[in-house]
Design a protein around this ligand. Structure first.
Ligand code: PLP
Length: 373
């Protein structure tokens, strides 16, 4: 048995005919940048999320940069970001000239710990970026209250959480502006880089659309200098095919996660239980284990590829060495980084494969925990 962390080929096999014909259409129409497929995607994705505006762009990192730029965030400004995320979240803040300020995460959800956010607010703070990590919605109600009280913008980095919900509300609708990545491995993935910004604010949407396209007002007329961050027609065509299947794929991820929870020996692990009334879309299924290196080795030996997201929390990366953070500054993120393990999860994973992973993980963990102090 050989079980990868994700299997993009299995998904391609399902949509192959449709995707090939969609790609062929783009090639025939030569609408390589922007064009009809991009417009269709922007409309379809805005509708899917439940917002008025979707602006497509080059990738999920650019989407964050565009959102921050659109909100006027720049030099001298601080933006609160979670200590446990992919570097793009904090990188985007630095990219616009701002300063990322890390806040520790909540051990139960792996998301930003909203009870620690207020202490990080200063007179320079302009925004909070909530990341819906692993597909689990962040504490938006609590963060919105803090943002309101201190006059801060609230941004959602929903790159890992397309289609996730908090009660009736979809991620992407609970902030001033939200961003998505369509990196191939994400729950909705293109066949290259792609991203999007969504918002209900018309002026913000117009600014971002213009800024992402060289500040262009007409073909060779420019209101301002901008950047080049656009979705290409081929990616939009692929995404238009896949968007139709997204909800059925998410339901499969949710069912696989439920199966993992049923089969994993609960006493041996800690994993996030789905909160009531939350649609966690399981971009990743993460468990916590002791002696992770040994377990990874055992799993690899059985042909199971597990992952770590992420092995080093953001404040402790070399990229942020200059901030001189010590582990005691972010005790939860520091501890999680040593224990978290991402199990294979993708819609096409079969029941038998889930059972195989669970069986071998239970076997690998047991003898180790017995010896553990
Ligand atoms: C993937 C990801 C991004 C960046 O997306 P790219 O499309 O790879 O630039 C940003 N934030 C989070 C949380 C991500 O997982």
């Amino acid at each position: 048995m050989n079980i990868p962390l994700v299997d993009l080929k299995a998904q391609y096999d399902q949509v192959r005919t449709e995707v090939r014909s969609a790609i062929d259409n783009v090639l025939s129409n030569t609408a390589f940048i922007g064009g009809e497929q991009v417009r269709i995607f922007e409309e379809g994705f805005a509708k899917y999320v439940g917002v008025n505006h979707c602006i497509s762009c080059g990738n999920g990192t650019d989407a964050l940069v565009l959102a921050l730029k659109g909100l006027g965030i720049g030099p001298g400004h601080e933006v609160i970001v979670p200590a446990n995320s992919f570097i793009a979240t904090s990188e985007a803040v630095t990219c616009v000239g701002g300063r990322p300020v890390f806040v520790d995460c909540d051990e139960a959800t792996y998301n930003l710990d909203s009870t620690l956010v207020e202490a990080a607010v200063t007179s320079n703070t302009k925004a909070i970026i909530a990341v819906h990590l692993y597909g689990m919605p962040g504490p938006m109600k609590e963060l919105a209250a803090i943002a309101e009280k201190h006059g801060l913008f609230l941004i959602e980095d929903a790159s890992q959480a397309h289609g996730a919900k908090l009660g009736e509300r979809s991620v992407g609708t609970m902030s001033d502006v939200a961003t998505f990545s369509f990196y191939p491995g994400k729950n909705l993935g293109a066949y290259g880089d792609a991203g999007a910004v969504v918002t209900n604010r018309k002026n913000l949407a117009e600014f971002i659309a213009k800024y992402a396209n060289h500040g262009r007002s007409a073909k060779y007329d420019h209101d301002m200098e901008g950047v080049n961050s656009r979705m290409d027609g081929l990616q939009a065509a692929v995404l238009n095919v896949k968007l139709k299947y997204l909800d059925s794929w998410l339901e499969k991820r949710i069912a696989i996660a439920a199966k993992y929870r049923e089969l994993l020996d609960a006493k041996q692990y800690r994993y996030t239980l789905p909160l009531e009334n939350v649609r966690h879309v399981y971009h990743l299924f993460v468990v916590r284990v002791h002696r992770r290196a040994d377990i990874l080795k055992e799993l690899a030996h059985k042909g199971i590829q597990a992952g770590i997201h992420y092995p080093i929390a953001l404040p402790f990366l070399n990229a942020y060495k200059h901030l001189n953070h010590i582990s005691a500054d972010f005790p939860v993120a520091h501890k999680l980084a040593d224990e978290i393990l991402s199990l294979p999860i993708y819609p096409e994973l079969t029941q038998m494969q889930v059972e195989y992973v669970a069986t071998h993980l239970n076997a690998a963990v047991k003898p180790l925990t017995k010896e553990a102090p």
